[in-house]
Design a protein around this ligand. Structure first.
Ligand SMILES: [Mg+2]
Length: 227
């Protein structure tokens, strides 16, 4: 049996950028990932649309799974209306943007400089009002609204790994959706999970999780695969 390497995109193989459309993958990282994909199955599992990641990697050799593995679109009347309301409101906050994705929409606020408390109060209120209508994911300075039926990375991988068997699975991520995956599989003999270090994750959530720096990802993967 072969091995599977699963990598998250933002914050993992690419550093977080203040503008989510401007992220970059370093040449060194790109080369190493392509090299790893020659001898192993390699999947990039991300909340991004898959087409975005395909700009960086050849999807024939690397299995790119976008939108956390979701396929259904979020285009019902209610969500379009909610999105319009958000679009209007965020004009009041400098540095806040709305990202339209195939299966969700997300508010990015990494560049928010002023009216912070007003913004956070508004964010809390829309979260409270809409938590029964949407699945809400909170990332690093981003909040995302998905359909109630949408799946998480953990749900996607659980189903995928029940159908495809590997000798070893190595998973690398950086945020809460990745912690969920790592905690779910961590007692499986064939699974190893790593989290890329970040100040933005509450350290209480990291118990029992191996944290590494971005420049240690490849050496740690190789160590697992050769042990
Ligand atoms: Mg990430």
């Amino acid at each position: 049996m072969t091995n599977l390497i699963v990598l998250d995109f933002d914050g993992t193989i690419s550093p977080i950028s203040t503008n989510p459309l401007n992220v970059k993958v370093s040449k060194k990282m790109e080369k190493s990932i392509i090299e790893l994909s020659k001898a192993n199955n390699l999947m990039i599992l991300t909340g991004r649309d898959s087409n975005f990641v395909k700009r960086f990697f050849d999807s024939k050799k690397i299995h790119i799974v976008g939108n956390y593995g979701n396929k259904s679109s979020l285009k019902n009347k209610e969500s379009l209306l909610f999105k319009k309301t958000i679009q209007k409101k965020i004009r009041l906050f400098d540095g806040v943007t709305l990202e339209n994705k195939e299966t969700s929409f997300a508010i990015h606020y990494r560049k928010l400089k002023t009216n912070k408390s007003e913004f956070y109060n508004w964010l809390d209120s829309i979260e409270l009002c809409h938590k029964n209508k949407f699945k809400i994911l909170k990332g690093k300075k981003v909040i995302e609204f998905l359909s109630k039926q949408s799946i998480s990375k953990k749900d996607f991988l659980e189903k995928y790994l029940s159908k495809h068997k590997f000798s070893k699975v190595v998973y690398v991520g950086d945020d809460l959706s990745d912690i969920l995956v790592i905690n779910f599989f961590k007692n499986k003999k064939w699974f190893t999970g790593f989290l890329v270090k970040s100040k933005e994750i509450n350290s209480n959530l990291l118990t029992g999780i191996k944290c590494i720096a971005r420049n240690e990802i490849l050496s740690n993967i190789n160590l697992v695969l050769t042990s």
